[in-house]
Design a protein around this ligand. Sequence first.
Ligand code: ATP
Length: 226
Amino acid sequence: MPPSRKRIRNRAVAIFGGTFDPVHYGHLRAAAEISERLKVSDFRLVPAGRPPHREGTWAEAFHRLAMLELAVASYPDLHVDAREVLRTGPSFMVDTLASVRTEVPDVPLLLCVGQDAANHLDRWDRWQRLLDLAHLVVMTRPRSEPAYPDQLAELLEQRRVGRARDLMDSPCGLVCHVEVTQLAISSTDIRNQLRHGWNPRFLLPATVLSYIRKHELYGAGPAGGG
Ligand code: ATP
């Protein structure tokens, strides 16, 4: 290929934030698909320390971190990044991205969010700055259609690219909607099942479920097994 047509492709770093309360296969399958399809060299799941958008979490940050570590233990391409849990004060994604940026100044940085979270992106602290630091990857999620407030819709439309591989040629600033396998799993549903004494097996890794039972999180009793 002549040099003028050769595209510079950097391996991307991905940031996938959430409360992960607890982590489940909806998170993990989406992470795996983005990591594989976008050829991400370093995919980081970032549990929120004190989530500013939620009234409260049900498990302490150190438990959510431990569950994530168990979930990705045998997958070397998926990592857990504890910086929000270790930071004091509220967790703002814009601060997280700025801090990751100092480590990887030039590579494409992908901020991955599910469609439900993307719809409310304009409630995030300094949300207009997010695209100065990263590309935005919006992942489909069951029961969540795109529904953006006007100002957000306008920005996303201006920055939108149709193909995920277009994100690989620059470090930040673009938006891509990516279809992932639709798994109608939520942490809320898992917590509800546990509270009712039901068994949410097959919705989350068995190692995570064992951890929940061992530590009696979400009202789950130790009995009942996997
Ligand atoms: P809760 O039910 O407690 O609100 P949740 O299941 O939505 O939790 P979060 O930790 O809040 O999980 O989500 C973190 C990120 O993962 C968000 O961007 C969310 O959109 C995305 N996500 C969660 N579940 C899925 C899923 N099943 N498919 C695709 N994305 C998902």
